[in-house]
Ligand binder design. Structure first.
Ligand SMILES: *[C@@H]1O[C@H](CO)[C@@H](O)[C@H](O)[C@H]1NC(C)=O
Ligand SMILES: *[C@@H]1O[C@H](CO)[C@@H](O)[C@H](O)[C@H]1NC(C)=O
Ligand SMILES: *[C@@H]1O[C@H](CO)[C@@H](O)[C@H](O)[C@H]1NC(C)=O
Ligand SMILES: *[C@@H]1O[C@H](CO)[C@@H](O)[C@H](O)[C@H]1NC(C)=O
Ligand SMILES: *[C@@H]1O[C@H](CO)[C@@H](O)[C@H](O)[C@H]1NC(C)=O
Length: 446
């Protein structure tokens, strides 16, 4: 009886196109069902990590559940909505298929279900629910990109989540557990599709809109402080790239995010670029235990300086030990010519291996070796792409090492709360007296 009442309510909500926030009544039913029928693992950072729970509860997050029917997506969705009362909207393509219908569903019906589900996600995002969940059996890359695209429009950070259930690859078991009574052949087909892995464009740490604006403000403040110094302004302006019309640009309005495909509002630090699986090490990276376990986990990212070159403007980060575990160790993504760690050794004297706090011998080399390339891009010079920031930071790190080793000359300017060092050719690094930090969610970007 209870179930029918709930179904009727759900149906009306769906008819009205209102994203459903699971009611208390439903919670009870689902909780009982969960215990009896399913025992999905709740070992996800957004369910078991205090800091992440606190963060996700107030930062727009789009959780895209991926798994065959019966794999525990709905139970997981319920567990999440219980963890975050009144903060979760759940959109399910299947719930947009009329209850009486039995598979196989017609092409038209599926198409409509997806269109309705997309509308549900859009509405939920518009309403600014902190957490929007998409419960979708057909999570092809195209379909995931479609939903994440809606999320990006509304400044949501997307996280693809696969239920951790022991039977997720067991077709017989899935048949028993699937609520819509899919026949075995159907389940097998869906299972095959599910087993084709999908990879994001890249993995990294994502800063939400509010915090991005704050960090951007910090970067701009220090850039303005640089520009207020005659010595900086003269050296830097000499090396600016001409704009499209060939005029000498004005440093105040020099950097732009016009050509950024990701963002441009929201800052991110790329850990691994997988290009939807085109990069051959994608599987090796994605299947690492740490990468899987930390998907959707909140981190505090330390910002230690501002990088200013004629090509890019960016914030320099110092990853902590836990964050470094997510940095690719295989040097493939690490363009560390000549071995960054080796130069770190030289700079640090006795120290070997990647820099730890003790390794910071001078403010001229606050980071080096693995992970030192970590940054948030803030802007690019005319015709320059966003990826340039990372390359410029690598160059600057080499120049820092040289400055320490060879006593190579550089310009030093004291700024309010920072020191700007010019390494020549318009390449500057602004070292903050004190690091600042921001919260960020580790995830893949689709
Ligand atoms: C939470 O879940 C993660 C991801 O599976 C796991 O690695 C971690 O040990 C769990 N933490 C706790 C406190 O249960
Ligand atoms: C971003 O996260 C901060 C906490 O770090 C939170 O106060 C803020 O509301 C969030 N903003 C958005 C748009 O999610
Ligand atoms: C799954 O999604 C793809 C792309 O969005 C679509 O072409 C296909 O028809 C969908 N299949 C089902 C069974 O919903
Ligand atoms: C998602 O797919 C629908 C059609 O199925 C299309 O109208 C819409 O533009 C797509 N959205 C994105 C963000 O790709
Ligand atoms: C954006 O890209 C176009 C085409 O590559 C280029 O002509 C233009 O200068 C770029 N704009 C900026 C601000 O970099």
């Amino acid at each position: 009886m209870l179930i029918f009442t709930w179904m009727a309510i759900a149906f009306i909500w769906d008819l009205l196109g209102i994203p459903r926030v699971r009611s208390t009544e439903e919670k009870e039913i689902m909780a009982t069902e969960d215990q009896v029928i399913m025992e999905p693992s709740l070992d996800f950072p957004f369910l078991n990590d205090t800091k992440t729970v606190e963060y996700v509860g107030e930062s727009k997050t789009l959780l895209l559940l991926r798994g065959p029917p019966g794999s525990g997506k709905s139970s997981l969705a319920t567990a999440i909505s219980e963890k975050y009362p009144l903060k979760v909207a759940i959109c399910s393509a299947e719930e947009h298929i009329p209850q009486g219908e039995k598979p196989p569903f017609s092409r038209e019906m599926l198409k409509k279900a997806h269109t309705d589900c997309q509308q549900c996600v859009k509405d939920a995002c518009k309403e600014a629910y902190p957490i929007v969940i998409v419960d979708n059996t057909n999570a092809s890359l195209l379909s995931v990109k479609n939903y994440s695209g809606i999320g990006h429009e509304f400044d949501y950070v997307d996280v693809l989540v696969v239920p951790q259930t022991s039977w997720i690859l067991d077709a017989q078991e899935l048949v028993k557990r699937s609520s819509r009574g899919f026949p075995l052949e159907d389940i097998q087909r869906k299972l095959e599709k599910f087993q084709e892995p999908i990879y994001p464009l890249f993995y990294g740490w994502f800063v939400n809109k509010t915090d991005s604006e704050t960090m951007r403000g910090t970067g701009e403040t220090f850039y303005e402080r640089c520009l207020s110094k005659r010595e900086f302004r003269e050296e830097f302006t000499k090396h600016l790239l001409p704009d499209a019309s060939g005029k000498t640009p004005d440093p105040e309005n020099y950097f732009s995010t016009e050509n950024y495909t990701v963002g441009p509002v929201m800052l991110h630090c790329t850990a691994f670029y997988s290009n939807y699986g085109e990069v051959s090490q994608s599987e090796a990276y994605a299947t690492q235990e740490r990468v899987k376990a930390d998907n959707g986990k909140a981190f505090t990212i330390k910002v230690i300086g501002l990088l200013v070159t004629p090509r890019s403007l960016g914030l320099r980060l110092k990853l902590d030990d836990e964050e470094l575990l997510l940095w690719p160790q295989d040097e493939v993504n690490e363009v560390a010519e000549g071995g960054a760690e080796e130069t770190c050794d030289l700079a640090a004297g006795e120290k070997s291996g990647p820099c730890d706090d003790e390794c910071i011998i001078t403010h001229l080399s606050p980071t080096c070796g693995t992970g030192s390339r970590a940054h948030f891009s803030l802007g690019s010079g005319p015709g320059v792409e966003a990826v340039q920031t990372g390359l410029d930071l690598e160059e600057i790190i080499k120049m820092e090492q040289e400055a320490v080793r060879m006593k190579r000359s550089h310009i030093v300017i004291a700024l309010e709360d920072a020191t700007a060092v010019g390494y020549g050719e318009g390449n500057w690094m602004v070292y903050f007296d004190q690091a600042c930090s921001t919260e960020a969610l580790f995830a893949g970007y689709f």
